[in-house]
Design a protein around this ligand. Structure first.
Ligand code: PEP
Ligand code: MG
Length: 884
């Protein structure tokens, strides 16, 4: 096996398509080298070494050492420096690089190769002793911390001491001799802490760093990040060893981050930030406020600092040319890091840039129009789940608000929540107090990832658009305002202050991540629209997909939202939700409390007009699209009161003693209500309930069809069927009701009677059931519950353990269990269609809005998926991707 791959000097052993082996960074460094883009020479130790390392008691393959030495010689030759040399020392960076980007999660070491001798060589080469000793002291601190485990504060104390002795407050006020002192003290401290000196052997340094990077694959931060992003531990990380170039060797040096297009808006404009005389990590850390690359960028941020376009025009031109070359080559927006050393540009990294969902849509649509990609590529580029961000409310422009402060619009969307000042508190407040929080930090760091994830929004007072908070928030789709410099955060008193206003922990604020504004209190929001690039992409999507998309909706508001989002009908109207209105629940309870059929019918007669009106509204809103109405499903005790006060009230309304209500409650009590007297079992035992519902449907259908001239397509659906006989009985009574209504009204409409398939028995006997059922809709919530034998309401806590132990990879109630439940769906589809060719098949469980489940539905030959109104666009896109 080959373990090490070289790059640099216009050639490379790797390629962009070798990400699995070389990690994202390594593969792209190789690709850039091959393209003739200036990349500091280096080599990548492959992910297979990481796998070997963890599979063999943290040891390396036998031949690794020789390969690394050979690659190192190659680097020395390419750059004309020597590792460990006193005269011309080669310094390297050692960084992790996994297959998927894990920003800041693992360890990095810079300036490796410095020791008491080579530091002198560096001083000579750079003609700057201060720079050399500053690099050395940074290296000792970083290496000692990351590799040797010596805590940061030891070094910070020393630095403060030396500054205090000299009577200065800034690091930059220390000269070469001061820094020499710092270095000596650092080394003493390391020796004192570890009982052995700081390693002077540069090869020992190198192997120490490589081991630390592989070790960091299993640190807690990285493990958490992988869990949140579904990255398997088996992938491992590669290690990139690369010659150092310095952006901090003087004012003809700089370092920066840039994007080929604006990652926030998607606009086709070069976008980036840089810092003069700084090291790469300084930009990302957000410690100094960076300068803009372009004049346009400078104006947009109303910055006083000159843009690179102005102060380093030659370098800017070269960088802009590389921008075009890389984007054309990768055919996607790139996120690049660069360093300028003594006016010479070096590219340190390129990768597919993270972007907001709005930017992703704009970039995909623009690139398809520019001919860089085709429409299918554009559709594939958008993660359906990410659309969720756009389908939720934004601030109502008309809502009153009190501005608290302003920062950079780092990640769009509106969010309100209670202020907390640490990531741990964010997690605590969300988990234990069930609060929505806004995480407020001076700046964030990778340790904060857990708290950032649970927060509604993130506010920082320091750092730019590429600071940690901004990058991570955009990736998570969490609204973020970054670098709100006028806001002062005080962690000790847990307050933030701006211009005389004080906000305490627990106070509510609102962020607008699209404008960078921060408001006091909660600001009202408005519903989103499918317009612009989003609308365009959705039009393209609809020309590709073959699955139809319907919505689960019962209220006029939900139905209208569903239509606005492009639903092609209602796939599930849960009629029980229509009975909780205060006026109706009285009649419902009267029906349940009635002792005789006559009593029940009297109560049902009161409900009929309400139901009829419900259906009239739905038919009108859906304008000729199919409306699947499911007859009553839940166990009746769900409608009865629980508290003494409620019981007394219900008794009074029904004109009975409270004891009667209590007795009825007790009689209806079930140990396993989900497996109890519910679904069509209600229709079997109390046929009058379904008769009333059927009558309401037919009267509504006749009314809308005859009196408004609109087409109506009612599909009546029976829940929890397990036997053909059940459906036979229900259908007969529905047909009878239809005949009666049509005769009374002297007008008829077409309708269908079908069934849910939500019990394993129904799936297995689908061939029989399809003799009666005219359509099937898979109720995968119940089907999952009954196939797994796990309560959908109670399985959360132990399912978490099951997932942690790897028994089930996903929550089967969120993403369809294709192996088990999916098999039942395939069996039912096949057997149903064998009986009734062309049988219409849909799905209306939660899974109908889950992209992975939608892929499965496409494969299983379903006709449509049905999901909540807000997921309709997600389902449309996922369906198109499934069809590609
Ligand atoms: C289902 O079981 O999947 C379903 C859609 O019905 P409900 O969630 O109402 O039980
Ligand atoms: Mg169900």
């Amino acid at each position: 096996t080959k373990w090490v791959y070289s790059f640099g000097g216009g050639k490379a052993e790797g390629r962009a398509d070798m990400k699995n082996l070389l990690g994202g960074e390594g593969a792209n460094l190789a690709e850039m080298s091959n393209l003739g883009i200036p990349v500091p020479p280096g080599f990548t130790i492959s992910t297979e070494v990481c796998t070997y390392y963890y599979g063999n008691g943290e040891t390396y393959p036998a031949t690794l050492k020789d390969e690394v030495m050979a690659a190192l010689s190659q680097v020395e030759e390419d750059i004309g420096l020597k590792f460990g040399s006193t005269a011309d020392p080669l310094l390297v960076s050692v960084r992790s690089g996994a297959r998927a980007s894990m920003p800041g999660m693992m360890d990095t070491i810079l300036n490796l190769g410095l020791n008491d001798k080579s530091v002198e060589g560096l001083a000579k080469r750079s003609n700057d002793a201060r720079f050399a000793y500053d690099s050395y002291r940074r290296f000792i601190q970083m290496y000692s911390n990351v590799v040797l485990g010596v805590d940061h504060h030891n070094f910070e104390e020393i630095l403060d001491e030396v500054k205090e002795d000299k009577g200065v407050s800034l690091d930059t006020e220390l000269d070469a001799d001061d820094l020499k002192k710092v270095v000596a003290k650092y080394k003493d401290k390391v020796a004192e802490q570890l009982g052995k000196p700081f390693p002077q052997d540069v090869h020992e340094q190198l192997w120490g760093a490589v081991g630390a990077v592989f070790g960091s694959w299993m640190n807690q931060r990285a493990i958490t990040y992988r869990r949140l992003h579904d990255i398997p531990a088996e992938w491992g990380t590669a290690v990139n060893v690369q010659s150092m170039v310095f952006g901090n060797m003087g004012n003809d040096c700089s370092t920066g981050v840039c994007f080929t297009r604006n990652p926030s808006t998607g606009e086709n404009a070069f976008y980036g930030e840089f810092l003069v005389n700084a090291q790469g990590e300084d930009v990302v850390a957000g410690i100094r406020t960076p300068q803009q690359l372009t004049i346009a960028g400078k104006n947009a941020q109303s910055s006083d600092l000159p843009a690179m376009e102005e102060c380093m025009p030659e370098v800017f031109k070269e960088l802009n040319a590389i921008r075009h070359k890389l984007e054309a080559h990768y055919r996607d927006m790139q996120d690049m890091e660069f360093t300028v050393q003594q006016n010479r540009l070096w590219m340190l990294q390129t990768r597919t840039g993270k972007r907001t969902t709005n930017a992703a849509l704009k970039i995909a649509v623009d690139m398809a129009r520019e001919g860089l990609i085709n429409r299918k590529d554009a559709i594939k580029r958008i993660d359906p789940a990410s659309l969720d961000q756009l389908l939720h409310p934004t601030l109502d422009p008309k809502a009153p608000r009190t501005l608290l402060g302003r920062g950079l619009p780092a990640s769009p969307g509106a969010a309100s929540g209670k202020v907390v000042f640490s990531a741990d508190e964010a997690e605590d407040w969300v988990k234990n107090r069930k609060e929505r929080v806004i995480l407020v930090r001076i700046e964030t760091s990778p340790e904060d990832i857990g708290g950032m994830h649970v927060s509604e929004g993130i506010l920082t007072t320091r750092g730019g658009m590429t600071s940690h908070a901004a990058v991570v928030a955009r990736g998570m789709g969490t609204p973020c305002v970054a670098g709100a410099g006028e806001i002062r955060v005080d962690y000790a008193s847990k307050t933030l202050k701006v211009a005389g206003k004080v906000v305490k922990e627990g106070d509510t604020i609102t962020l607008d991540g699209s404008t960078g504004e921060v408001f006091i209190g909660a600001v009202a929001t408005i519903q989103p629209e499918l317009t612009g690039d989003f609308g365009t992409l959705m039009e393209w999507v609809d020309t590709i997909r073959t699955l139809k998309v319907r919505a689960n909706a019962e209220t006029p508001l939900d139905a209208a939202t569903a239509r606005k989002f492009g639903a092609e009908g209602i796939g599930l109207c849960r009629t029980e939700h229509m009975f909780f209105d205060p006026k109706r629940i009285i009649a419902m309870r009267e029906m349940i409390l009635a002792e005789t059929e006559k009593g029940r019918r009297a109560a049902l007669a009161k409900l009929l007009p309400y139901q009829r009106q419900d259906f009239i509204e739905l038919f009108e809103i859906m304008q000729g699209l199919p409306v699947t109405i499911r007859l009553l499903d839940p166990p009746l005790h769900e409608f009865l009161p629980n508290s003494e006060a409620e019981i007394a009230e219900v008794a009074k309304e029904a004109g009975v003693e409270p004891a009667v209500v209590k007795a009825r409650n007790a009689a209806l009590h079930e140990n396993n209500p989900m497996l109890g007297h519910r679904g069509c079992r209600l229709g079997i035992t109390y046929p009058e309930i379904y008769e009333m519902q059927a009558r309401a449907i037919f009267e509504a259908a006749v009314h809308v069809s005859r009196d408004t001239g609109r087409t109506v397509v009612p599909e009546i659906m029976i829940p929890l069927v397990g036997a053909k006989k059940e459906l036979d009985l229900m259908k007969a009574s529905i047909d009878k009701e239809a005949e009666a209504v049509f005769a009374e009204q002297k007008y008829s409409v077409h309708y269908m009677v079908g069934t849910m398939i939500e019990l394993p028995r129904a799936a297995l006997l689908a061939g029989d059931i399809a003799q009666t059922g005219e359509f099937f809709s898979f109720g995968t919530n119940d089907l999952t519950q009954t196939t797994f034998g796990m309560s959908r309401d109670d399985s959360g806590p132990f399912l978490e353990v099951y997932r942690a132990k790897g028994i089930y990879e996903h929550d089967p109630f969120a993403s369809l269990d294709q192996a088990g439940v999916g098999e039942l769906i395939k069996i039912a589809a096949e057997r149903g269609r064998a009986t009734r060719p062309g049988l219409k098949l849909g799905i209306c469980g939660e899974h109908g809005g889950d992209p992975a489940s939608i892929h499965f539905c496409q494969g299983a030959g379903l006709d449509y998926v049905s999901c909540s109104p807000y997921r309709v666009p997600i389902a449309r896109l996922a369906a198109a991707q499934a069809a590609l």
